[in-house]
Write a protein that binds this ligand. Structure first.
Ligand SMILES: [Zn+2]
Length: 324
């Protein structure tokens, strides 16, 4: 493994939650690489509980460490792990350590390669603002974000405007463009454009510019489409706001009347509200309406007559309008 390979591996690890390099992994790195990476702030000691990989077994199973206090002051504490093969195995203190990617350091490295300002953390460990970079005769806002493909990434994405003009650098994983709240900005994986050469991280400027241009073209082409999608989202949000906390009997009964089925009403409401509306909830509302005389009772409990107060019909119409 060369240092360039190692750097690419760090970028992959940077986008995985909780990734950690233990003693057995680090011992396979090129000689001096760990010290170099620590010095350049690309890795840092991980904050973990005391664990160590077994030095005797090929699978290097990782066990928690028992520290045995010395019998007198002249000795150092000794560390042991348990092993199914060798039972009790002494490990060195160095073996108990772990290392992780230093994301703050990676942000600084990126900023320096782009010749932009010192990163300002917005969400610690996840999102940094890097000021503006020069692009031809204009400038673009630059940010760095880690684990932008994780489930919680929308919260990070909201720190970027919806205009799609920002340039977002990520270590490795590029999120689905559909997840951005507005137009998708240019998202550039450092894995694609950065390399380590002579202990320096360098960017391929041509690749960076091409990536930005490609994203701009895509945003322009998809302009109409993405607005449509946003429009739909907006209508759904209105329906949600309208219904949120107001899932009254009116609405439940209106849905029931429209679909003439408890199951279908529950299904349709669940879809509209983007949350589970139980069949039981609809059923109880229908029963209450019947008891109140608002909804005509029928012999067959599975079907209810359509004769209802006009006010209820208005409610039903309102929902129909939103649906289309
Ligand atoms: Zn073992």
């Amino acid at each position: 493994m060369t240092k360039a390979d190692l750097f690419r591996m760090l970028l992959v690890a940077a986008d995985m939650p909780g990734s950690l390099f233990d003693h057995s992994e680090v011992s396979r790195w090129p000689t001096g690489a760990l010290d170099d990476l620590l010095r350049s702030h690309l890795v840092r000691p991980a904050q973990t509980g005391l664990t160590a990989p077994c030095p005797h077994c090929d699978d290097g199973h990782v066990e928690s460490v028992t520290v045995v206090a010395p019998s007198d002051d002249t000795e150092k504490p000794r560390c042991f792990i348990s092993c199914p093969e060798s039972l009790k195995v002494e490990v060195t203190e160095a073996m108990c350590r772990g290392w992780s990617v230093d994301l703050d350091g990676l942000a600084v490295t990126l900023a320096s390669a782009l010749a932009v300002s010192t990163p300002k953390p917005v969400v610690p460990g996840r999102f940094w603002r890097l000021g503006r970079m020069q692009l031809r005769d204009t400038t673009r806002e630059v940010v760095f974000a880690a684990r932008l493909a994780d489930d919680d990434a929308e919260a990070l994405m909201r720190h970027i405007g919806t205009g799609g003009r920002a340039v977002v650098f990520v270590p490795h994983r590029v999120p689905d463009p559909g997840r951005w709240p507005g137009r998708a900005p240019a998202v550039i994986a450092m894995h694609d454009v950065a390399a380590m050469a002579d202990d320096n991280v360098v960017l391929d400027p041509q690749a960076v510019i091409e990536a930005i241009d490609a994203a701009d073209r895509l945003a322009e082409q998809a302009g109409g489409v993405s607005l449509d999608a946003r429009g739909k989202k907006l209508v759904r949000a209105q329906v949600k706001a309208e219904l949120k906390g107001h899932l009254t009997d009116d609405i439940l009964v209106a849905a029931y009347q429209e679909h003439n089925s408890i199951d279908k009403a529950a299904e349709a409401l669940s879809e509209q509200m983007e949350t589970k509306v139980s069949r039981d909830k609809v059923w109880r509302a229908v029963k209450r309406a019947e008891e109140a005389g608002v909804l005509a009772r029928t012999d067959d409990s599975g079907s209810v007559s359509r004769s209802v107060a006009s006010q209820r019909c208005d409610r039903g119409k309102k929902m129909d309008q939103y649906r289309n």
